[in-house]
Design a binder for this molecule. Structure first.
Ligand SMILES: [Zn+2]
Length: 64
């Protein structure tokens, strides 16, 4: 275990932590969503919105 650095040094020399980023929006994210058929990433928990299908006209093509 390395000794803890003083806070000042820590600020100047941040540890090399790499966070995952969404390839769609570029934001750091915890989850990404893929299309099951093609494995294409369509977005992440930042840039994908979830809706109730009852509210979405596209989910009722026979009505259109
Ligand atoms: Zn995203």
């Amino acid at each position: 275990m390395r000794p803890l650095k003083p806070l000042k040094d820590y600020m100047l020399d941040p540890p090399d932590v790499i966070y995952p980023r969404c390839p769609v929006c570029g934001d750091e994210c915890e989850k990404v969503y893929r299309l099951e058929k093609t494995a294409e990433i369509i977005g992440c928990d930042n840039c994908v919105l979830e809706y109730d299908a009852n509210d979405i006209p596209e989910c009722y093509p026979e009505k259109g």
